[in-house]
Design a protein around this ligand. Structure first.
Ligand code: CU
Length: 123
């Protein structure tokens, strides 16, 4: 029975491991290079700080998962003008997530502080 050149395979194995290591490094670097708050890979973030939504106007692609995070010491809500989405009262550090499936413009506000407004445009 032949051994299918098994004793000569060490060079190929080294190549394979090098490829895997290079791929892993590339994946790690590209993951860390994504700055926070920038819509990438189907996710977007809105921070609630100092009685305002940031960014106040957000444009995303359909299917994007949007997460609001309350960075204030005061509770806030995220409520659309219409039935599209409505969060519970968010305490400090709590989040609300909405997946924007349908294209359109969605204005929203904080039901506790109605002068706090924002807008999501789904393309
Ligand atoms: Cu509020």
């Amino acid at each position: 029975m032949t051994m299918m050149g098994k004793s000569k395979s060490s060079g190929r194995r080294t190549d394979w491991i090098f490829c895997l290591a290079a791929w892993t490094m590339t994946a790690l670097i590209s993951f860390q290079a994504t700055p926070p708050g920038v819509a990438a890979a189907g996710k977007a973030e809105v921070k609630i700080d100092n009685f305002s939504f940031a960014p106040a106007a957000l444009t995303v692609k359909s299917g994007t998962q949007i997460t609001w995070t309350n960075g204030d010491d005061i509770p806030h809500t995220v409520v659309s003008n219409g039935p599209t989405f409505k969060s519970k009262v968010l305490a400090t550090g709590e989040t609300f997530t909405f997946t924007a499936d349908k294209p359109g413009t969605y204005s929203y506000f904080c039901s506790i502080h109605p002068n706090m407004t924002g807008k999501v445009v789904v393309e």
